[in-house]
Design a protein around this ligand. Structure first.
Ligand SMILES: NC(=O)c1ccc[n+]([C@@H]2O[C@H](COP(=O)([O-])OP(=O)(O)OC[C@H]3O[C@@H](n4cnc5c(N)ncnc54)[C@H](OP(=O)(O)O)[C@@H]3O)[C@@H](O)[C@H]2O)c1
Length: 508
């Protein structure tokens, strides 16, 4: 495996710990070699030392696992480093030589996995030079694959350009576009829950489901990464990839079998069925907002516009709520409400399936008194990975009092604390095994960008209109530590709905 950008954060914090953990589970081939590549000058030994510090910190701080020095030394003997630029042919000729040397010295079987762990501005030069140096085609005894990190493009045209470029060099089967959400156990479990059981699928449609909510919230603000974030915003950073993937998995039809083509075909069908928004109509469907000063999850957060690196009149959204319609047989008339943002009260990702109410409400329950309360099924992706079914029950006693209760399945209670492996472990292993089920196909990424770009176009039109009138656009605001602006509540209230507040700690 050759990791470009090996001096960076992703390689240190995610890829190296994941590879070491795979190694500890004896899931890495004995010929596995990681060749780190970046501009920062480093020797193999320095890279190994840096890698050891990163993995040790990660294991002890995040998992409280003791670092096994003996196992590390063995693993680290397969780590190498190559200094080079991302845009010079001579660097890539040197890389090709180094790869050939490692292939000759170690039992790599000439299988080559290239990982683009750099910022996206160098994805194109790196891959062009891989081709020039003869590294993009499979060696006659092995395979060659490419993992591409997010963000994959900035809008539809740039995603199409990047796809055209990559597909000029690689075959689609060689390209593994990553969305690390798909590597999460709980995301994969959406499919097992739906298609591995007989009892849920019959009610998973417009006849029984009133609406669906998807929340992907972060409690942190932009911190010191404001300069980077301001060029992206919530819809590009979270909706185009993670949230759209959750929509696709929640809404897709059963695949004909569990393989990459069948699963991805069904996800693409969902994305294709998402009703495109007319950019002129964007406010009817989508709310954008920015956070102001406040306290989220115990942390004081300065307002977005006052944060380091943010332009004075930035209109980048830190929050987005979207009412999305899926025009297909199963979901017609069932709105999917999506929301994501920074500086929200807590970090949580969940899908809430909100069921229709009974035709008659006999009992004097909270649900009967409040037309907004309904049975729900929550698929909590993170944290406290769990599945929670909420319904009404009779409170014990001689009166017929009815109370909302819940039944829950909590991963770590059922399978133990260490049961959940990191998303990158699953994805790296799958890429090495040649299984692209949990990676994004070209048409998926472009369809998701297509729907998101309609929204971006609508916002750009509004911004332009306001500028022409000589005014500055002020986005709706929400105080850090709250669940978003009033406009987001109004989006649902218009349909007689309200946002489902995440509830932690088991039964209510
Ligand atoms: N970090 C995460 O948790 C995370 C999560 C999801 C996705 N990603 C994605 O993974 C990729 C890498 O993320 P990262 O956080 O590791 O990034 P990073 O630390 O900023 O960059 C990785 C390496 O790329 C090189 N680099 C940095 N800026 C560059 C520039 N403008 N032009 C050329 N090279 C540059 C640097 O190496 P040299 O200067 O030594 O060449 C740096 O060490 C990005 O596409 C990011 O969006 C990261």
């Amino acid at each position: 495996m050759v990791a470009f950008g090996a001096s960076g954060d992703l390689v240190r914090r995610k890829l190296l710990p994941a590879l070491f953990h795979l190694y500890r589970q004896k899931l890495l081939h004995k010929g596995f070699v990681l060749l780190g590549y970046a501009r920062t000058p480093m020797s193999d030994i320095e890279f190994r030392n840096q890698a050891r510090d990163a993995v040790r910190t990660h294991l002890t701080e995040e998992y409280g696992i003791e670092f096994d020095t003996h196992a590390w030394d063995d693993f680290a003997s397969g780590l190498f480093y190559q200094t080079g630029s991302y845009d010079e042919r001579s660097s890539f000729d040197a890389l090709a030589l180094r790869v050939a040397e490692l292939d000759a010295a170690l039992p790599t079987q000439s299988n080559h996995l290239f990982y683009l762990a750099t910022p996206p501005n160098v994805f194109e030069p790196i891959t062009a030079l891989l081709a020039d140096a003869g590294l993009s085609s499979p060696h006659k005894t092995g395979w060659t694959r490419l993992i591409v990190e997010k963000p994959f493009g900035h809008d539809l045209p740039s995603a199409q350009r990047l796809n055209d470029h990559l597909l000029h060099i690689f075959q689609e089967e060689q390209i593994y576009r990553i969305d690390h959400y798909l590597g999460k156990e709980t995301v994969q479990n959406i499919l097992v829950f739906r298609f591995g059981n007989g009892i849920f699928e019959p009610i998973w449609n417009r006849n029984y489901v009133d609406h669906v909510q998807i929340t992907v919230s972060e409690s942190l603000g932009v911190g010191t990464r404001g300069g980077y974030y301001d060029k992206s915003g919530a819809i590009r950073d979270m909706v185009q990839n993670h949230v759209m993937q959750l929509v696709a998995l929640t809404a897709m039809e059963p695949p004909v079998s569990y393989d990459a083509e069948s699963v991805r075909n069904q996800k693409v069908n969902v994305l294709r069925s998402i009703r495109p928004i007319d950019p002129l109509d964007v406010n009817k469907w989508v709310v954008r907002a920015q956070y102001t000063e406040g306290t989220a999850d115990g942390e004081e957060i300065p307002g977005y516009l006052e944060s380091e690196g943010i332009p004075l009149l930035s209109t980048t959204e830190t929050y987005v709520a979207w009412k999305l319609e899926i025009d297909n047989w199963r979901w017609n008339g069932v709105p999917f409400y999506l929301r994501t943002g920074k500086a929200l009260p807590t970090k949580v990702t969940e899908v809430n399936i909100m069921f229709r109410r009974p035709p008659l409400m006999f009992f004097n329950s909270h649900a009967a008194r409040s037309p907004r309360v309904r049975n729900s099924l929550t698929l909590r992706i993170q944290p406290d990975e769990s599945i929670i079914l909420s319904f009404d029950a009779k409170r014990p006693g001689l009166q017929l009092d009815v109370e909302p209760v819940s039944m829950d399945f909590v991963y770590n209670r059922a399978f133990g604390d260490s049961a959940i492996s990191d998303a990158y472990e699953r994805l790296l292993l799958d890429a090495m095994l040649g299984d692209s089920t949990l990676f994004i196909r070209r048409d998926e990424t472009e369809l998701a960008w297509d729907r998101v770009t309609n929204v971006l176009d609508g916002w750009a039109l509004q911004d332009e209109l306001i500028r022409r009138r000589g005014r500055a656009l002020a986005l709706p605001q929400y105080a850090a530590g709250t669940w978003g602006p009033p406009e987001s509540d109004e989006l649902l209230a218009h349909d007689g709905h309200h946002w489902h507040e995440p509830v932690f700690g088991g039964a209510r």
